[in-house]
Design a protein around this ligand. Structure first.
Ligand SMILES: N[C@H](CCC[C@H](N)C(=O)O)C(=O)O
Length: 265
């Protein structure tokens, strides 16, 4: 744990997925201090968040993003987090609407739309249905893909009353995933309109939205049901949209700054 310190942060929300955002352009924060970041994410003893986003300098791109889950562990990508950092970048010194940034998982592009929504090009899509995950949860259909982080997708008739924590943990900790995986449960509301609930690795519980998860669900829907290019996704935190255009995949949705604060450790 870092010696006593005052940490200035911004609290943001990407469609209900909430984050601590740190301007780390001076490189003053120790991203490896897992105990510290776990503490700040604690919803009782800390500020409370699903994860921590570091806005780092980059020589080649507009910025570099590092992401830690609420457990303080670093993972390669966070779709809603990348949308949040895009909004943050626009607010601090960038009179731009289009950004290019580096993550541990690869280079991404994002835009601030006239509507105020933030649109992210999902560039690191892989492992498309390479693992059979159907044995873990009884469902109509199942799918696996890596959208920057690993996601299992299960199509169900209804998301009401499902034992999400039990099912989510069963998937998340299954031994076929050496570093775990996220679990997404999907109800088809209508053609091109899904309802999704997600159990997130590293949060170890349901989040109100999961950007990479929503993208995996939209991809699975197009593969298994209907090749629709514009997919609306209702999540507990609001609405996300996944667009398939000219061979690219885009995730868009709302981003809000909630407050700025100082965390004293
Ligand atoms: N918990 C995820 C990372 C964050 C994903 C999610 N918050 C998103 O918006 O993509 C994992 O450990 O794979």
């Amino acid at each position: 744990m870092t010696m006593s310190a005052k940490i200035s942060f911004d609290k943001y929300c990407g469609t209900g997925n909430d984050f601590i955002v740190l301007d780390n352009r001076t490189g003053s924060f120790d991203q490896q201090d897992q105990a510290l970041w776990q503490r700040i994410c604690d919803r009782r003893f800390g500020v409370g968040a699903d994860g921590v986003l570091f806005f780092n300098n980059s020589d080649e791109y507009d910025f570099e993003m590092a992401y830690l889950n609420a457990d303080g562990g670093e993972v390669g990508m966070c779709g809603n987090g990348a949308r949040v950092l895009t909004s943050f970048a626009k607010k601090i010194q960038f009179d731009k609407t289009d950004f290019k940034f580096k993550t541990r998982d690869g280079v991404y592009s994002s835009s601030v739309l006239k509507s105020g929504l933030i649109k992210l090009e999902m560039t690191q899509l892989s492992e498309i249905n390479t693992i059979d995950v159907s044995d873990l949860i009884t469902s109509k259909d199942s799918f696996f893909m890596d959208t920057g982080v690993p996601h299992c997708v299960y199509f169900l008739d209804s998301l009401d009353n499902i034992p999400l924590m039990e099912w989510g943990a069963k998937v998340r900790y299954d031994k076929r995933f050496s570093e775990g995986a996220n679990a997404n449960f999907v109800e088809i509301i209508d053609e091109g309109h899904l309802k999704v609930r997600t159990y997130e690795r590293g949060v170890e519980g349901e989040t109100l939205a999961c950007g990479t998860g929503a993208t995996a669900c939209a991809w699975a829907y197009r593969e298994l049901y209907k090749q629709i290019d514009h997919i609306k996704i209702d999540v507990p935190g609001g609405e996300l949209e996944v667009l398939f255009e000219d061979g690219k995949v885009y995730l868009s949705g709302k981003v809000e700054k909630i407050f700025s604060g100082v965390f004293e450790v």
